[in-house]
Design a protein around this ligand. Structure first.
Ligand code: SF4
Length: 538
């Protein structure tokens, strides 16, 4: 029995309310220590961070990019992304106070770091993939590729197509014409009033009002015309006024003003191995670039790549095959025009390699014609044709030929063997394709639903790519920490830091042969070890 109805806190005036050391606020297994150990083990100058290789110079020193990178990594892992919120958290969040050693960078410094170091942030991402490989968390033989739309810092209303601008101009022209007529009516009414001495301007508003509105419409029209001219000159299909690189992307009836984020995900632990941000709605054309980036990141001799039918492209499959990448992509169905007319389609004709001829449903052969032709998509084809005399008497001609044709032709891509091999392996790819969605949908699900990252805070390709790198890095970082466990991660990082420290020490010894007594303090006490290291004895 106590004499208090509720639990009560301690007095704010009490001198010993808080522990004396910042270190005491952060437990030994706090993940913030993992962020510290990872960032301190990076060579930020090599990764291209601004100011990373700065020596002692005149004037106020800048913030160390190591500290700002720690701040961003902590922020993105904990759903704190805006520079103003990061500034506030750096002042009141004890984990951040510990991580930054009570440094309090302003929001401009924080925002500029993300803007200026977009390429270096991508490089950090790649470094972490390398680390995951060293830790044995990457299978390196199977990756799944997919894309997802993210909102940009732009609205749909700020993105214009040619048609939209032309419609806008036409609408403005009508309104200007209407106002011009009102102005004429107004003038006529005033003239009449002067003659009769009665009240003039029986229409809406006086002439100066109408004139001002007409002038505003004219200005609006010239802006729209200037936008249309800019769009024509650029050769693009859309003009975005807020974020110049964001586009109105549409897929399955859903529209987003933003970017299409592409990822290649390793199947072992669903880590993002390679990524890119594009502004095209379609995934066609991304297969080879993403697969190649993944292969390079994995340093693999061969790679098996899984993607959905949105990536199907014969030229992309050929490029993959040329680079030792085996792609599994369900073929797109096509429009099925011939099937709808109950006529034989391409699949009803089988190719016979030894005789280099197609066999039609009636069992007759179609032989290659001399020459090669580019088809509508630019692929060079060889045409195979049946014989007029045979088709003329064929029982199946109604289902095979168009009313005006006297023979059937089939186009064969000059690299059709690539597609034949692909078709053959897709026959038994059911399990692989089911695995694809399980692998690749995990990162997007986690980033979008768990972290709530569905939009970018920055504008323009470079900055957006930098921000995506932070999102992907935080996904990979959290995942590696969950899979490996804090203890093992820290042990690995300590070992790595020690190696780095020994290397740095050796190179300094070469420059300072007088012994460790002459070594700079930052080498004797390397921050990568998380705590001061005993000064080595000579
Ligand atoms: S019409 Fe000619 S190509 Fe078509 S099935 Fe008959 S023989 Fe074969």
């Amino acid at each position: 029995m106590t004499n208090r109805p509720f639990k009560t806190g301690e007095s704010r005036e009490q001198a010993s309310l808080l522990p004396a050391r910042v270190e005491d606020y952060v437990g030994p297994d706090n993940p913030v220590r993992a962020i510290e150990s990872f960032v301190c083990a990076l060579d930020l100058a090599k990764l291209g961070f601004r100011h990373a290789d700065r020596g002692v110079e005149m004037g106020q020193p800048p913030y160390d990019p190591t500290d700002l990178l720690k701040l961003y990594l902590y922020g993105y892992i904990n759903q704190i992304r805006s520079s103003r919120r990061l500034e506030r958290e750096a002042c009141r969040n004890l984990e951040l106070i510990w991580l930054l050693k009570n440094l309090k960078p302003g929001y401009r410094t924080i925002a500029n770091f993300r803007k200026e170091n977009w390429a270096a942030l991508k490089a950090v991402n790649r470094s972490f993939v390398l680390l995951a490989r060293e830790l044995g968390l990457v299978g390196g033989s199977v990756v799944a590729i997919d894309g997802s739309f993210f909102h940009g810092d732009a609205s749909k209303a700020s993105i214009f197509t040619r048609k939209r601008l032309a419609d806008q101009i036409a609408k403005l022209d009508l309104e200007i014409e209407a106002y011009g007529k009102s102005l004429e009516d107004n003038d006529a009414a005033e003239v009449k009033a002067d003659h009769t001495g009665g009240p003039g301007n029986s229409g809406g508003g006086d002439g100066s009002d109408i004139g001002a509105k007409a002038a505003a419409l004219m200005a609006q029209r010239s802006r729209a015309q200037a936008d249309l001219d800019r769009l024509e000159e650029s050769g693009e299909t859309q003009l975005s006024l807020t974020d110049p690189d964001a586009r109105h992307l549409v897929k399955s009836g859903q529209g987003v003003a933003g970017y299409n984020v592409q990822v290649a995900v390793d199947d072992k632990h669903k880590l993002i191995i390679a990524d890119e941000v594009v502004n095209d709605s379609s995934d066609v054309g991304q297969l080879h670039a993403m697969a190649k980036a993944a292969k390079e990141a994995l340093d693999a001799e061969a790679l098996l790549v899984l993607a959905d039918e949105g990536y199907y492209s014969s030229t992309e499959l050929k490029a993959c095959e040329d680079d030792g990448i085996v792609a599994y992509v369900p073929p797109s169905e096509g429009n099925g025009r011939l099937e709808k007319q109950d006529r034989f389609g391409r699949k009803d004709f089988s190719y016979d390699g030894p005789t280099d001829a197609y066999r039609c449903p009636a069992g007759e052969l179609l032989h290659p014609m001399p020459g090669r032709w580019p088809n509508t998509s630019g692929r060079v084809e060889i045409r195979y044709a049946s014989r007029n005399a045979i088709c003329k008497t064929c029982q199946l001609r109604v289902r095979c030929l168009s009313p005006k044709a006297s023979r059937r032709t089939i186009g064969r891509w000059e690299h059709e063997d690539v597609l034949e091999r692909h078709r053959a392996r897709m026959q038994t790819a059911g399990d692989l394709m089911r695995r694809r969605s399980a692998i690749v949908e995990h990162p997007f699900g986690t980033i979008k639903c768990r972290a709530g990252y569905r939009h970018f805070l920055v504008r323009g390709f470079n900055k957006v790519r930098g921000e995506w790198s932070l999102m992907a890095l935080c996904y990979n970082f959290t995942r590696v920490l969950n899979i490996l466990g804090f203890e093992r991660f820290m042990a690995y990082m300590a070992e790595k830091a020690l190696t780095l420290w020994e290397l740095a020490l050796a190179s300094c010894r070469a420059v300072h042969p007088d012994g460790p007594g002459a070594l700079p303090t930052e080498i004797v006490s390397h921050p990568a070890l998380g705590q001061p290291v005993a000064r080595p004895t000579a």
